[in-house]
Design a protein around this ligand. Sequence first.
Ligand SMILES: *Cc1c(COP(=O)(O)O)cnc(C)c1O
Length: 231
Amino acid sequence: MELPSSEIETNLRNLSATLPEDVRLVAVSKFHPAEAVISAYKAGQRIFGESRVQELVGKYEQLHQVAPDIKWHFIGSLQTNKVKYLAPFVDMIQSVDSERLLEEINRCALKHGRCIPILLEVHIAQEESKGGLEEEELLELVEILYERYEEFAGVELCGLMTMASLTEDEVQIEAEFLRLRSLFDRIKYSGMLRRPDSFCELSMGMSGDYPIAVRAGATLVRIGSAIFGER
Ligand SMILES: *Cc1c(COP(=O)(O)O)cnc(C)c1O
């Protein structure tokens, strides 16, 4: 059941009121139709997150003429052979988790004369099923981007993303977000980046845990069901 437009608007307004001004909201519209995106758009929302390529491309095609200033963030697991469908228009890929994927995003971006903002997804949660780079792999990718800077002109490293464990234990969730924050600080302030000023996003927090993420320093929160209802 899709929520009526007025309810989406109310949810957005209530949410925005609880977020500090410097935290931006990514409205996660996955599994909801383009009409739901339009309801949120009319209420002033501009950044939307999607986790499946085909669904995102479909919504982009439906909406780019009526809502050309939507910023689309890809937040799901991404196969290299599908990057080419996103490269012409995606505004950020938050879920970069391998060197191969990084290379493919770079290749497709350059082909379109673009530089695509990316986040590296870090595996912090206890669940093995959650994606993302282990700490060592993360630091390796950061180093690759540093060493092969000129080759990687098609991507801009803007920060880190994670999903916390699915648990009621708020102490654990907070510890996980703080761990991402500390990895972020370590990378930002230790000379591992060509453009440290661009490295400024910490994407963490969903409907169930975003207040904890905000306290831990999130700059982007990705919220779906608290805006659009259950999927
Ligand atoms: C679905 C999803 C979200 C939003 O989840 P909600 O619990 O609906 O807020 C956030 N981040 C990622 C990576 C997701 O896949």
